[in-house]
Design a protein around this ligand. Sequence first.
Ligand code: IDC
Length: 480
Amino acid sequence: MKLLPRPSRRTLVMAGAVGALTVAASAAVPAADAQAATGCAVTYTTSSWSGGFTANITIKNLGDAVDGWTLGFTFPDAGQRVGQGWSATWSQTGAAVTARSVSWNGALATGASTSVGFNGTWSAANPAPTTFTLNGTACTGATTPTTPPASTTPPPTTPPPTTPPPGGQTPVAVNGQLRVCGVNLCNQYGRPIQLRGMSTHGIQWFARCYNDASLDALADDWRADLLRIAMYVQEDGYETDPAGFTNRVNALVDEAEQRGMYALIDFHTLTPGDPMHNLDRAKTFFAAVSARNAAKKNVIYEIANEPNGVSWATIKSYAEQVIPVIRANDPDAVVVVGTRGWSSLGVSDGANANEVIDNPVNATNVMYTFHFYAASHRDNYRAEVERAAARLPLFVTEFGTVAYTGDGAVDVASSNAWLDLLDRLKISYANWTYSDKAEGSAALRPGTCAGSTYTGPGVLTESGALMRDRIRTPDNFPTA
Ligand code: IDC
C-alpha cells in the first residue's frame, strides 16, 4: 500500500469530529475535612472520522497520592474498540476498558494529572464514555460537553477525503512493534521493512531545532519514518546532567510517537572511543529509558554510536552488559550495536565484518551499526556492506552526504549510490543532521531554527533537499 501524506495534527483535529467532555468528580468529603478528598477528574477528547478515532484522556487525581493506578470505563456502543494505546497498558473485555499505569506515570500525587490515549475503531456510533473509575473509585459528577457543542459539529457522514486517520497510516501504526528477522528489520507482519529518517544534531547544542513545527515538518512534509535522538555522552552532554538529558530524550520519544515516527535512542559515544569508559553511565541511562518507554512500540535502542580505538571483543563485552539492562524492562525492543572503527564494521581499521559474523553478540533481536560519509567512504565500503548484509542485520544509524568531518560539499553521486544500495538491501537509515548548523551535513539553512518555518523553498540546504527527496517517496510497507 502507499503511504499517504500525513497531515499535521492540527489539520486532523480540525477535519474530524471533535468532542470533549469533562467528568468532574465530586469530593466525597468537604475540603476542610481532615480526611483527604477522594475522586478524580477525567477529560476524554476524541478526534474521529468514519470508522476510527483517537482518544486523548487526561486523568487528574483528586484523592490521596497513588503509586500505580488503573483507569476504567465502559464504551456506550458495542462496536467501539481500543486499538493501539500509549502511556498505559490497555485492555478491553466486552465494552469494558482498562488502562493500567506504566512505570513512569504510576505515581500521581494529589492534584496531579497525567495523559494517556489510544487509537480506536467504531462501527455504528462513537459516543464518549460517561463514567470513569480510578483505582475502583467512581469519577462521578456532571458530564459537561466542553468544546464544541455536539449540535454545531455533527460527525462527518463521509470521511474527509484528504485526511487519513492519525495512526492509521503513520509508519508506527502500519508497522507496529519491530523485530529482527533473519538479516532484516521486520514489522508486525513479519515482513522486512526499511525505515528512512533523520538524526538530530547533538541535543545539548541544538535543542531549539526540535519543536512542534520542525517535527511536524519531518513527519508530514518529509514523511520520515524515523527520528534518531543523538544524545552525546561527553562534550557537554549526558555526563553533565544525567537526569536532565534522560528527560529530554524521553520527551523527544513522545514527540516522535505522537507523529507516528520511530525513535532511535542514540547513546552518542564518540570521544573517548572505548564504550567501556561509559559503561556505568550506559547502564544507568538505558535502565531509565527502557523502563519509561517499555510500553511503546516506536523505540529502538542504539547503545554506542561509534566505538573507536577498541577491539570488537571489547565492544561485544560492552553490548552483553548493556543489553540485559534494556531487556529486563523492554524485552521486545530492537537493540543496535556499534561496530569497530567508528561503526565501519571494522573497515576503517583495516579489518572487515568477519569479526562480527564469526563472533556475534550473544543476544537476540540485535542489529549492527554501519556509518558512512559519502564523500569519504565509497566503493570498498559499499562492497563490504553488500557482503556483510547477507550475513548480519545492519542499520545505518548515521551517515552524511559530505566528508567524515561533517562539513564540505555534498557528494551527490556517492550519496545516491549509497542510498540506492541501502534501498535495495532494505537497510534502514538516519541522515546526519536535521539541524541548522553551518556545516555541509546540516539539512536546514543556518538560522532556520530561530524561526518557526520548516517547510518550503527557503529552509533546506543542498544536503537537506537531497535527503528530503529521498525520504519522502512512498514507503510501501507490507501489511500482510
Ligand atoms: C560532528 C558534528 C560537528 C560537531 C562534532 C562534535 O557534525 O558539528 O562539532 O560532531 O564531536 C561522526 C559522529 C558525529 C560527528 C560526525 C561528523 O558520530 O558526532 O558530528 N561524524 O564529523 N562520525 C563520523 C562523522
